[in-house]
Structures are given as C-alpha cells and as structure tokens.
Design a protein around this ligand. Structure first.
Ligand code: HEM
Ligand SMILES: *[C@@H]1O[C@H](CO)[C@@H](O)[C@H](O)[C@H]1NC(C)=O
Ligand SMILES: *[C@@H]1O[C@H](CO)[C@@H](O)[C@H](O)[C@H]1NC(C)=O
Length: 321
C-alpha cells in the first residue's frame, strides 16, 4: 500500500515534470545552456562569423553592438529591428535613429543561414544579436559578459517606439538620463553604456551642430573635423566617435575630458554636470569601466525578452515565418 502510494506519487511527479517541460508556463527566464542539446555549436558559429566580419572591416563590430542596443530599447530584445518593411508591414528600419544609419544586417543573415543549416528553426535572431554584440566587443579588445539565451523573435515592430525610445545625438544630459531610466537603467549605467562610443563612426549630420554651435568643443578638434563636415552638405561623411575607433578601451572618456566628444550628447556627459565624476573615474580606470560596461550590457541584453511560446523563432531574420 505504502509502496504503491509512493509509486503513484512518483508517477504523478514524473508526469507533472514532463507536463511542465512540454507545456509549462514561461517565467521569462533566459539561461546560459539554452541550446546545449539543440544547437551545441551555435556559439562558435556566431563567434567565428563575427571574427571574420570584424577582420574584414573593424567598424562592423561597432555596427553589430549598436544593432543590439537599437533592438533592446524598443520593446525588448526581440529582433524587431531586423524586420524589413513590406507593402503591408512597417518595421523600425525607417525610424529616425535607424534610417540610413544602422547596419550589419548581412552579417546577421550570414550567421542565420549557417545556423539554419546546422539546427533548423532553433536559434532565434534575438539571441544571434545578443551573442554577436558580445563577440564584437571582445573582437575589438573589450570585455565579455555571460550572455544568456532563450529569447524568441517578435512578429511585430514599432516605428514609433524606435523614434521615441532611442535618444538622438543632440540630447541633453537630462534627456539621456530619462531615456535610460525609462528602460530601468541608472545614470551610472547610462554613462557606462555610452562608452560603446569608444568604437565606431558617426555621420556628419549627427554632429554638425556640435562643430558649428557648441562652445564646449576643443577648437583644434573642431577645426580638424570641419573639412569632412561642412556647414552644409556631406551629411553622410563619417568621423570616428573617439580617437581610437577600432579599439574597445576607455579613450572615449579621456576624449570627453579634453572636450573632444564627437556628439553633443557625448560631451553632455562631461559638461559640469552630474555625470562628470563617473566620466573621470572611467577615464583613469579602464578596469572599472570594463566591469561596469559588461554588467550593464548583460542587463540590457535581458530587457523584456519573449520566451516560452511567445513570439517565434524566425527562419529568416528579415521577416516573420
Ligand atoms: C547614450 C545615448 C546614445 C546616443 C544619443 C547615441 C547616438 C548615436 C549616434 C547619433 C550615432 C551615429 C549614428 C549615425 O551616424 O547615423 C551612434 C553610433 C553608435 N552608437 Fe550610439 N548612442 C547612444 C548610446 C549607445 C549605446 C548604449 C550603444 C551600445 C551599447 C551605442 C553604440 C553605438 C555604436 C557602436 C555606434 C557606431 C556604429 C557604427 O559605426 O556603425 N550607442 N550613436
Ligand atoms: C502582406 O503582403 C505579403 C506580400 O508582401 C503577402 O504575402 C501577405 O499575405 C500579406 N499579408 C497580409 C496580412 O495582408
Ligand atoms: C585643444 O587641444 C589641443 C591639442 O591638440 C591643445 O593644445 C589645446 O590646448 C586644446 N585647447 C584647449 C582650449 O584646451
């Protein structure tokens, strides 16, 4: 009797466990080993594709990092940023912060194609973006973080949320603080995440006003930029966001202290306000910056993911299944 009770209890709990695994509710949990059995090589596939892309063009590491940011700040890290516009669907690619600006889609497509051939329908585009962002930073000499997996891909996108959630290069310090606090980040985390501008390039149109109208810019720095960014024309001409744009280091903060921030928003972090002290700390302490950047990136990459049976795993990152 006792034995059969025990045995049926065991059967019940085995069944319950089985049921939970198959149909269980999602707790929004991501995990480090999400693809261990379903796509064991996914991590090395992504890493080597990112390394190839970055060795072909160092800037691609910056572009892939930015894609992840522009994904996560718009209704969570759900690969919404990758959806192409169609006749009856408007995605986020034409939003003001994205249009003629975000790049790296071909690299994501290449990675997705490789993953689909090894493990069809398994690895989400949102997880690819998360892993590629971390691998990009590492490829350019920056810190790594322990990316978690299990995000699923959206079937929707929001042009209006992309326009309102992603701050522009003309932002004031208070706008930067509030747009990051809207996503749950402290001012210090915002300052650390801004250190992403230690890599990559910006178009003249995003910093022209700073060259011609800001007072808190080193005059010889401004003069060095004006030939490539005249007061009119040359909108798409590129300049580096810091003085070592292919190395992930703390140079960005040292440039800010020398009034050599490229974007108005960058220099807002060191302009006599509440961010100055943290900028000084990062400018002299690369290890502290690396640690804070990595932990803020991990937090960003976990923003509001779709998990369980929400969303889908797209087979093509540019469109829903
Ligand atoms: C703090 C608020 C931020 C503002 C106002 C801002 C603004 C901008 C602007 C205007 C550009 C140049 C875009 C263009 O030329 O079209 C840019 C580039 C870039 N941003 Fe930000 N950004 C911010 C935060 C971040 C964060 C949090 C990350 C990543 C964690 C990031 C990563 C990048 C990278 C890597 C580039 C260079 C991309 C490339 O070369 O392709 N930014 N950002
Ligand atoms: C949207 O357009 C595509 C072709 O671009 C078509 O295949 C699809 O059925 C359309 N969907 C809706 C809901 O109208
Ligand atoms: C601007 O930078 C140059 C170095 O290139 C420096 O000699 C000069 O003193 C700086 N100007 C100011 C006002 O700090």
């Amino acid at each position: 009797m006792a034995l059969s009770t025990l045995s049926s209890l065991f059967k019940l709990s085995t069944f319950t466990l089985f049921f939970l695994v198959l149909f269980g509710p999602s707790y929004g949990q991501l995990s480090a080993n999400f693809y261990t059995t379903t796509c064991p090589n996914f991590r090395s596939i992504i890493r080597s594709a990112v390394n190839t892309a970055v060795s072909n063009e160092a800037r691609m590491g910056a572009s892939l990092l930015r894609l992840h940011f522009h994904d996560c700040f718009v209704n969570g890290c759900d690969a919404s940023v990758l959806l192409d516009d169609t006749a009856n669907f408007t995605g986020e690619k034409t939003a003001r912060p994205n249009s003629n600006s975000i790049r790296g889609f071909n690299i994501i497509d290449t990675i997705k194609t490789q993953l689909e051939s090894q493990c069809p329908g398994v690895v989400s585009c949102a997880d690819i973006l998360s892993a590629a962002a971390s691998d990009s930073v590492v490829a350019l000499g920056g810190p790594s973080w322990n990316v978690l997996f299990g995000r699923r891909d959206s079937t929707t996108a929001s042009l209006s949320a992309a326009n309102s959630n992603l701050p522009s290069g003309a932002s004031s310090l208070s706008t930067l603080i509030s747009s990051f606090s809207n996503q749950g980040f402290t001012t210090n985390e915002m300052i650390a995440l801004s250190g992403a501008h230690t890599i990559g390039q910006a178009r003249c149109t995003t910093f022209r006003n700073r060259l011609y109208n800001d007072n808190n810019i080193n005059a010889s720095f401004a003069a060095s930029l004006t030939p490539n960014c005249p007061s009119s024309g040359g909108d798409n001409n590129l300049s580096p966001l810091d003085s070592s744009p292919t190395t992930f280091d703390n140079r960005y903060y040292r440039d800010l202290i020398n009034q050599r921030g490229l974007l108005h928003s960058d220099q807002e972090l060191f302009n006599g306000g509440s961010a100055d002290a943290q900028v000084r700390t990062y400018s002299t302490n690369p290890t502290t910056f690396s640690r804070d950047f990595a932990s803020a990136m991990l937090k960003m990459s976990n923003l509001n993911p779709l998990t369980g049976s929400s969303g889908q795993v797209r087979t093509n990152c540019r469109r829903t299944n």
